[in-house]
Design a protein around this ligand. Structure first.
Ligand SMILES: Cc1cc2nc3c(=O)[nH]c(=O)nc-3n(C[C@H](O)[C@H](O)[C@H](O)COP(=O)(O)O)c2cc1C
Length: 174
């Protein structure tokens, strides 16, 4: 496959929120992070850490810490993304970049994934306490990871598809 096609196939993989009853082995997570750690960040700060969660009780509690985070509760595993509480404007941008690498690597290994936003702020604090996160680190997002299960039937809450290239590649300037 051409490398551009490969990137397209990996990137276009829809979010997966339903998972097969198959564990994600710690070695697989290590493979994913082994790729994701090469993601570039502003001033190479690498303002990220990753907490793997496998315990069902913890996953269920995390699933209650965001209005759309329920998929964490039924995933075999979640990777909680910690962002450095360092006040730099680029930090959450960096976290977005590394999340994308994690998602692409997971897809390449046959896993499905979906982001979850932990919010409001009180839930970020609750997640930090739950996971006994060191001070200076904030669990603002988590990624459900698992082998894809049967897709959930019924109407989607969010529209699928994407804007076209023409819509995105705008010539309008302020
Ligand atoms: C920053 C960010 C936060 C997201 N938070 C959630 C979330 O809390 N719950 C959820 O189910 N999906 C979440 N998603 C996944 C998006 O809803 C999904 O990528 C988008 O709707 C496109 O859907 P598709 O990948 O299935 O095409 C998030 C995605 C991003 C990039």
């Amino acid at each position: 496959m051409e490398s551009l096609d490969l990137i397209r196939v990996l990137t276009a993989r829809a979010a997966v929120r339903s998972f097969a009853d198959q564990p994600v082995l710690p070695e697989v997570l290590a493979q994913i992070i082994g790729v994701a750690r090469w993601t570039g960040s502003a001033r190479n700060r690498q303002p990220w850490r990753f907490v793997p969660v496998f315990e069902r009780e913890l996953l269920e509690k995390l699933g209650g810490l965001g209005a759309y985070a329920q998929h964490l509760a039924s995933a075999p595993c979640a990777l909680v993304l910690l962002s450095a509480d360092n006040g730099f404007q680029d930090t959450e941008f960096d976290l977005g970049k590394v999340s994308q690498t994690i998602t692409l690597a997971a897809t390449a290994l046959g896993l499905g994934s979906c982001l979850a936003t932990i919010y409001p702020e009180v839930n970020v604090t609750a997640a930090a306490q739950l996971l006994e996160v060191e001070s200076g680190w904030l669990p603002r997002h988590a990624i459900s990871l698992g082998y894809p299960g049967e897709p959930v039937s019924g109407s989607r809450a969010i529209a699928a598809g994407r804007l076209s290239t023409a819509e995105l590649l705008t010539t309008h300037r302020p």
